[in-house]
Design a protein around this ligand. Structure first.
Ligand SMILES: Nc1ncnc2c1ncn2[C@@H]1O[C@H](COP(=O)(O)OP(=O)(O)OP(=O)(O)O)[C@@H](O)[C@H]1O
Length: 334
């Protein structure tokens, strides 16, 4: 299945974005019948102790005895604490190679994103040394971050005890994975929302304000508006004609619905539909952002005059080209 999105800056291409549906990942620990009916499994919990301004580490310590009680009878629980950015990727790759049955991200969207990228190496799924044909490693999540936006699409709260119960129940679902191909051909994988221009800058600045909880994303966006210039963007779908979008503030590619601590930016996205939803915000000033913030949270912004939305199906290729030649910030992948 191929659902592709590509963005290229012009006239001198400075980076390229290509998002496509890759092989589906499983979102939880087991198939349909819960854990009890299966032999002992290896579950690796990848914990970011610094998530949510340090709350993740504290909550995890409290959660661990409960986790052992609920899962320890059926699973080998391996706790792996990250030491810094990107470490979750290495832990995940190692766990998959060693034949883990599930790798479970414990933290926010940044940690989840790193774990997802750890499922891949050089553009392919990391192979397992476990040669059983039916064996695969599932992706799991205990949402314990600041925004925990990916979890919102499923209606999951930042409640680790509920998350443990979901894992115990063994509910499993297929999940689409988007692929961004950088200018030098390197690939990044995303399951939530990938975005460029203002919102990507906002995500960067939000990381400086995490002590304010979810509000960090609003502060980050307001900070990002300082010195921000909207661009004219050309868009081409499936090799068709170029279409110009004037004064683009942000282009957001949603596999799931939420970013920015609960903003329902791509409200019709569904991570198991095989489609990606692209939302383009145009000519937003900081005060538009403030005035329309409630609509962004509710997901009712699509009816606004300067917001457009498209859903892209399998085998769709989507190119954008900036009319400016300057290098934009790289996309933020959540
Ligand atoms: N030990 C560590 N020390 C410092 N930073 C870390 C460590 N481990 C992971 N990180 C980084 O912390 C970043 C943010 O973590 P995470 O997403 O879990 O929490 P958050 O930012 O509070 O939540 P959200 O992204 O949902 O708002 C990750 O992208 C990761 O690169």
């Amino acid at each position: 299945m191929v659902c592709g999105i590509a963005a290229v800056t012009m006239p001198k291409p400075s980076f390229s974005l290509r998002a496509e549906q890759s092989s589906a990942l499983d979102l939880s620990a087991d198939a349909t019948s819960g854990l009890a009916s299966h032999s002992r499994r290896d579950f690796v919990f990848v914990v970011n102790p610094k998530g949510a301004n340090g709350r993740t580490g504290k909550e995890w310590k409290k959660l661990l005895p409960y986790l052992r009680t609920r899962l320890g009878g059926h699973c080998n629980i391996c706790e792996s604490i990250t030491s810094g950015p990107s470490h979750a990727m290495d832990i995940t790759r190692e766990a998959i190679r060693e034949g883990a049955d599930a790798v479970i991200a414990v933290g926010g969207d940044g940690t989840l994103h790193e774990v997802v990228n750890g499922f891949f190496w050089a553009g392919n799924l990391v192979p397992s040394l476990d040669r059983r044909p039916e064996h695969s490693t599932a992706l799991g999540l205990i949402p314990l971050g600041t925004g925990s936006d990916f979890a919102r699409t499923f209606g999951w709260k930042n409640d680790p005890y509920e998350a443990v119960e979901r894992i115990v129940r063994g509910f499993k679902s297929k999940l689409d994975v988007g692929i961004i191909t950088g200018q030098s051909g390197e690939q990044h994988f995303f399951i939530n929302v990938a975005d460029i221009h203002l919102s990507a800058k906002a995500g960067y600045y939000a990381s400086k304000f995490k002590r304010f909880g979810n509000l960090c994303y609003v502060f980050g966006a307001l900070r990002a508006f300082i010195g921000h210039t909207n661009w004219d963007l050309k868009v081409k779908v499936n090799g068709g004609e170029w279409e110009v979008f004037h004064k683009v503030t942000a282009l957001c590619i949603g596999n799931a619905k939420f970013f920015g601590g609960g903003m329902k930016i791509t409200p019709t996205a569904d991570p198991s539909s095989g489609n990606l939803e692209v939302v383009i915000l145009q000519d937003f000033k900081w005060y538009d952002f403030v005035l329309k913030l409630h609509k962004l949270y509710k997901g009712t912004h699509l009816s606004e005059r300067n917001v457009s939305s498209r859903s892209h199906h399998q085998h769709c290729h989507y190119h954008t080209s900036s009319l400016r030649s300057s290098l934009p910030l790289p996309p933020l992948l959540q």
